[in-house]
Ligand binder design. Structure first.
Ligand SMILES: Cc1cc2nc3c(=O)[nH]c(=O)nc-3n(C[C@H](O)[C@H](O)[C@H](O)COP(=O)(O)OP(=O)(O)OC[C@H]3O[C@@H](n4cnc5c(N)ncnc54)[C@H](O)[C@@H]3O)c2cc1C
Length: 385
């Protein structure tokens, strides 16, 4: 079986390696360099925390479990150190308690803890005076997507996957022998199946196949597609896990650096401009950091990014074959860092005619038939992203 996987982000590399492991002849194609898309600007929290409805929770949970299995006793891309969430208002505390109850019913590890236990788990935490509740999610993790992609890419190459980088897919031509994937440089690759894993560029692929849009395009500042991510200088701070709170989300970014996210500040994010690392926005990130963690006196930002989400038009994943184009399989989803190690083997299995029941409610047909689409609310509070 000949397969073209388009897109060498965290999802595409996972699928390419698994399809090759099943014996397929795989070509992995990227218009740019591997890992340079949304996977390079992700908070990369591996979780199934605020995911609704239940089918989406189960899917993300399968991703979380697949990460734990793949990383085994140690992998440099995976940090299974858990997550602590702080609530700062009565409303947030109520929502958090309801979420803990729901997750408990679903058998997901989630407990209420005291602020002193939180301080033991994050020694440099300054518990805010207005803290109303604290929760611990011990099985959650964070991931370093570039290291994960490097691992899967090497595996793919060892399994014989051909990599075409700097090669944009422009269109498709259905012929008797299969499908010609036609690249911008005029060359083509003849295959039996095309798996599109191009994330936020999925509308380019559906258009090339004569289909309508299925992912949300950037429309205006602060919409659901855009969010800031800030990176600090290396700091002597004792924190080895994810911390989320209404004002700031923090996780280690390697080498003592921290990755920061503040969902309320995302209201000004645009897809085409990135504020400077000494801007008012950068200073606000640092102020919030210094309020919540000790030993951050000399903190400053070394990087500020705007991440652009791959967001299906109903906010849920797209996974499956297009019925009118049986050679075309689409995968486009938010939470792709969480989902990638589950999607890899399960998508490869589906192309080999082994259906995955967890994908049943995420088939592309629901969106292909329903344009125009709803406007999605942007995530602004902990647990929403
Ligand atoms: C601010 C932010 C925070 C996030 N936080 C989290 C989180 O905490 N947890 C989580 O699980 N997820 C999170 N995500 C989502 C997650 O990062 C993405 O779902 C995931 O990275 C998508 O991976 P992908 O492989 O689908 O896409 P990408 O990484 O974008 O890869 C797509 C690839 O396709 C290539 N391509 C595009 N068009 C073509 C073409 N025509 N021909 C050839 N190649 C093409 C691109 O060059 C790119 O390399 C976050 C995202 C953002 C923006």
């Amino acid at each position: 079986m000949k397969i073209a996987v388009i897109g060498a982000g965290i999802i595409g590399v996972s699928i390419a390696a698994e399809a090759a492991a099943r014996g397929a002849d795989v070509t992995l194609i990227d218009k740019d360099s591997p890992g340079s898309g949304t996977s390079s600007t992700s908070y990369a929290w591996v979780n199934s925390n605020g995911k609704e409805p239940v089918g989406y929770h189960e899917l993300n949970r399968a991703g979380l479990e697949a990460h734990h299995r793949l990383a085994g006793t140690g992998a440099d891309w995976f940090r299974p150190t858990g997550h602590i969430e702080l609530a700062a208002t009565a409303g947030h505390a109520n929502e958090l308690h309801r979420r803990l109850e729901r997750l408990g019913h679903l058998g997901y590890e989630a407990t209420s803890i005291s602020s002193s236990t939180a301080s033991e788990l994050i020694p440099d935490l300054i518990v805010p005076e207005d803290c109303t509740a604290v929760a611990h999610f011990p099985n959650e993790a964070h991931c370093y997507p570039a290291l994960y992609i490097r691992h899967q890419l090497q595996r793919a190459k060892d399994l014989g996957v051909r990599l075409r980088v700097g090669a944009a897919v422009e269109t498709f031509e259905e012929i008797a022998e299969g499908v010609n994937v036609i690249l911008r440089d005029g060359t083509s690759v003849l295959v039996d199946h095309v798996i599109s894993a191009v994330g936020r560029w999925t509308n380019d692929i559906t258009a090339a196949a004569g289909l309508g849009p299925v992912v949300t395009e950037y429309h205006e500042p602060g919409d659901v597609t855009v969010g800031y991510l800030a990176v600090t200088n290396p700091l002597p701070v004792a924190i080895d896990r994810i911390l989320t709170s209404p004002k700031l989300n923090i996780r280690p970014a390697g080498g003592g650096r921290l990755l920061l996210q503040a969902l309320d500040l995302d209201a000004t994010a645009t897809a085409d401009t990135v504020p400077a690392i000494d801007s008012d926005l950068a200073r606000e990130f640092i102020c919030r950091l210094q309020e919540i963690l000790e030993n951050t006196g000399n903190a400053h930002l070394t990087e500020l990014h705007v991440g652009i989400r791959a967001m299906p038009t109903d906010g849920r994943s797209i996974i499956g074959t297009v019925p009118s184009r049986p050679w075309l399989y689409l995968v486009a989803t938010h939470s792709g860092v969480t989902l990638a190690p589950f999607l890899g083997p399960a998508v490869a299995a589906e192309v080999f005619s082994e259906p995955e029941p967890l994908f049943d409610e995420f088939r592309p047909i629901r969106l292909l038939d329903s344009y125009p689409h709803q406007v999605l609310a942007a995530p602004r509070y902990p647990g929403q992203q």
